[in-house]
Design a protein around this ligand. Structure first.
Ligand code: ADP
Ligand code: ZN
Length: 812
């Protein structure tokens, strides 16, 4: 057994090479260099930050370079987490270093920071009065302590030039320091001193009323942030300085945790009595929590059936036994619902992790979990990497949602990773949905996943009545040339809803179908010059824009397809629907919720709050409006064009359409008044549309699973999707053909190779795209094939690129 000092450190680095790199461990770092710690290492001529994966005997014979700094006192990744990442990275052909980089919160990598300091010469020069103007200003600032460029610019506009002179004359010194990524934020706080107690409040109140008020507040509430005091008491800043000078108050700094929760949207509710169905669903989950047993469950309950309450109880069970809980939602900005419910039950201590946070906020949340400050974390898919080492339960809400798949770099699926984590921790994982993914539902059928059902809405509320409007017929009955955005039945339903004082949601599903923007005229759409994709009209500035490369143009006067002078050729976007609503329902307050709106921080929340609090009547939006929200005032849901998503060349198109329609239909009638749903479509008979009529998941599933079996699509077969891209079409095709050959050779008879063919999105940002799809029933042969493809793809010379995805969810 070699002594630890002779064991090198195997480090995973975020480079596209699938191996670990060995480094010698200097004796001084031997104790600190533990697996799971971040380290800095020399790599080529540069330095990289990586994570020690293991200590092992050196693999090669060459002399090893030595580790640089060890950045963490405690490992940031536990042994269990490292193992999970290793397993998953191997499964999805991702270099471990890249997987690890995806797992750690952004901003945790140290950065280099340049600051300047005054030398002793500089100090003498400053004190002797030899420096003038900008030189003096900069030197004076540096005399108070080292400063970066930004701080110096604030003392003089010529700071950069002055600094060069000071450095050249050795009056100042340039310092390069490591800066540990996001430093914890601090805030200034004020505390009353003991001396202040002998101060007579009445005298003070006469002489300095603001100071007196500050002392009174600090006496009553203890240490407070100066920012908070300034908000509450006008003139607090100056008065605090006065108090400090007189020794009545001390000012200091303390670490601050940003408020990432925002204000609660929902008042806290009293615990309810579980319904029988809820109690039956909870029982096996709670039993698994108590037994510390890994067990996957599918909680299949219609919208409004009380799934969230079941999660909350199961979480409470885990927390009661001193363990931790992790709750995943597809997109946190859209899921205030569950956050509000968790806060109402467990208080504000929970940690929240998602990509909408600033890097520093994420790092704060992460470290709070790591030091055990809270046992409950809520987040989007990346929250799966949260440092919770004694998990008692994992909940995945809306488990069918495509957002659980990471499509860049480390292409993990949160469902698979959650399973690995639960397995390692010995705890149940509860996947909830009103429209389970076909894969999960099929696993339940085979007994691999426990099936729990909540077949009815809480309080026996009926599911909304669904009406399907055949646009083909409606159009035939319309005067020629009139654009049909809101059919007669939908307009009538809107009118009635508004007259009854109800609210309406209008869905225009646009994501994913954008290769063919639907035109109610001739079907033509203006395309981007660089991408094989239709441009989107933005009413705000009246221009058409590519949502991939941002190319933009003025809309043409007439449709370049049919010459019609009708602006409907722009296809219908949410803005167009909004316009139509304003034109037809002048009395209604209309709001829009789409990607444009959501890109402004807080804007989504504002629209949702207005809807909840009755300040808008109609919200028109993209799929964002479909998910998980509970708006008691919404009585009508309208779907502008249900079949848009059906034309996507993807075997999941029908499943996604059914899920989206069912989800959005579930937004209607959650309050006391019954809801109704109007679905406009050109494909009223398609099973993905027709099943929505009866809220009939089972009949949809029965039909869909038949298609999957016949075509050997998941869950009956496995897929590997390869996408090759580059600026030269012939080179891309040749590379794709070469990869197809690799796949045939590696997979042999066990796999079927489809393609190469131009991808549905055949050109993007001036890069041509070809794809191939490898299908197979045997997971092992398919994995072998995927491995061979990934290795070959990694060898492609730039500008050619290929990505190999073993679990494709998005095949555009
Ligand atoms: P889901 O998550 O299945 O859509 P929710 O958990 O949001 O359903 O429940 C729908 C509504 O019913 C919510 O307003 C919730 O507060 C309420 N609710 C849930 N369970 C109960 C219960 N056992 N008794 C009374 N109301 C309940
Ligand atoms: Zn473009």
């Amino acid at each position: 057994m070699p002594s630890p000092a002779t064991l090198c450190a195997a480090v995973a680095l975020p480079v596209p090479v699938d191996r670990l790199f060995d480094y010698a461990v200097p004796p001084a770092l031997d104790a600190a260099a533990r697996p799971g710690c971040r380290v800095q290492v020399p790599f080529g001529s540069r330095r990289h930050t990586g994570v020690i994966v293991e200590r092992r005997p050196a693999q090669g014979r060459e002399r090893l370079r030595a580790l640089g700094r060890v950045l963490d006192d405690e490992p940031v990744l536990s042994a269990a987490m490292l193992q999970i990442l290793r397993d998953e990275a191997r499964e999805v052909f991702c270099p471990l270093g890249i997987a690890i980089a995806a797992a750690l919160p952004a901003g945790s990598t140290p950065r280099r920071r340049v600051r300047h300091a005054l030398t002793p010469f500089g100090r003498t020069a400053l004190e002797s009065g030899a420096l003038r103007g900008a030189l003096h200003a900069v030197a004076e600032r540096l005399a108070r302590g080292p400063a970066g460029a930004d701080a110096l610019r604030r003392v003089s506009p010529d700071a950069a030039d002055a600094l060069r002179i000071l450095v050249a004359d050795r009056l100042a010194l340039r310092m390069e320091e490591e800066h540990d990524g996001v430093a914890g934020a601090t805030e200034r706080v004020a505390t009353r001193t003991a001396e202040s107690e002998s101060e007579d409040p009445d005298t003070l109140a006469r002489r300095a009323p603001v100071q007196a008020r500050l002392l009174a507040v600090l006496a009553a509430e203890g240490t407070l942030a100066t920012a908070e005091l300034a908000r509450r008491i006008p003139g607090a800043a100056g008065a605090l300085r006065g108090l400090e000078r007189r020794g009545l108050v001390t000012l200091s700094r303390r670490p601050r945790t940003s408020d990432v929760l925002g204000t609660p949207l929902e008042p806290a509710t009293a615990p309810v009595q579980l319904t029988d169905a809820q109690a039956r669903a909870l029982e096996p989950v709670a039993a698994a929590v108590r037994a510390r047993r890994f067990e996957p469950f599918l909680l299949h309950g219609v919208t409004g059936s009380g799934k969230t309450e079941v999660y909350v109880r199961a979480i409470a069970e885990a927390l009661r036994s001193g363990r931790q809980a992790l709750v995943l939602v597809p997109e946190i900005t859209l899921t205030h619902q569950i956050l509000a419910r968790l806060r109402a039950r467990f208080g504000d201590g929970l940690a929240v992790l998602h990509s909408g946070l600033r890097p520093r906020e994420r790092w704060e949340q992460w470290t709070r979990l790591a030091r055990g400050a809270t046992p409950l974390a809520l987040g989007a898919r990346s929250a799966l990497f949260a440092p919770l080492e004694d998990l008692g339960i994992i909940v995945i809400d809306e488990e069918h949602d495509g957002a659980y798949k990471n499509d860049e770099g480390f292409r993990y699926h949160a469902r698979d990773l959650a399973r690995r984590r639960a397995q390692a921790a010995g705890c149940p994982v509860v996947m909830g949905s009103a429209t389970p993914s076909v894969e999960t539902r099929h696993a339940a059928e085979r007994g691999e996943v426990g099936l729990l059902r909540l077949p009815e809405r809480i309080g026996g509320r009926p599911l909304p009545a669904v009406q399907i409007v055949d646009l083909e017929k409606e159009r035939a009955a319309q005067p020629r040339g009139r654009k049909l955005i809101l059919s007669g039945p939908l307009r009538r339903a809107l009118r009635e809803t508004l007259d009854d004082g109800g609210q309406a949601l209008l869905l225009l599903n646009r994501r994913g179908f954008s290769t063919k923007v639907f035109c109610f005229g001739c079907g033509h759409a203006e395309h981007c010059k660089h991408c094989d994709i239709a441009l989107v009209f933005h009413a705000a500035d009246g221009r058409m824009r590519c949502h991939y490369c941002d190319y933009e143009m003025e809309p043409p006067e007439v449709c370049s397809g049919c010459g019609a002078p009708d602006t409907a050729l722009l296809g219908i976007g949410t803005q167009r629907v909004e316009e139509e609503l304003r034109a037809r329902f002048g009395d209604a307050r209309v709001a829009r919720l789409d990607r444009d709106v959501a890109s402004r921080r807080g804007a989504t929340e504002a629209v949702l709050r207005n809807l909840r609090e009755g300040r808008v009547d109609i919200v028109v939006g993209t799929q964002m409006v479909a998910k998980g929200h509970d708006f008691p005032g919404v009585r009508l849901v309208g779907v502008v064009l249900a079949d848009l998503g059906l034309h996507i060349p993807d075997f999941r198109a029908a499943e996604r359409t059914f899920q989206l329609l069912t989800q959005v239909a579930g937004r209607a009638g959650r309050g006391r008044a019954p809801g109704r749903v109007v679905v406009q479509t050109f494909a009223p008979k398609h099973y993905a549309v027709a099943s929505v009529l009866q809220h009939d998941y089972e009949s949809f599933y029965a039909e869909e699973i038949g298609h999957r079996a016949a075509l050997r699509y998941p869950p009956f077969g496995h897929l590997v999707h390869v996408l090759v891209s580059g600026p030269d079409e012939d080179a891309v095709r040749a590379a794709a053909e070469n990869l197809a050959g690799v796949a045939r050779q590696a997979g042999g008879d066990a796999v079927e190779v489809l393609g190469p063919a131009p991808a549905p999105l055949a050109r993007l940002r001036d890069r041509y795209r070809f794809q191939l799809l490898v299908k197979g029933a045997d997971p092992e042969s398919l994995h072998r094939t995927g491995r061979a493809l990934a290795d070959d793809a990694a060898q492609l010379a730039a500008p050619l690129r290929a990505k190999v995805d073993p679990n494709p969810l998005n095949m555009l």
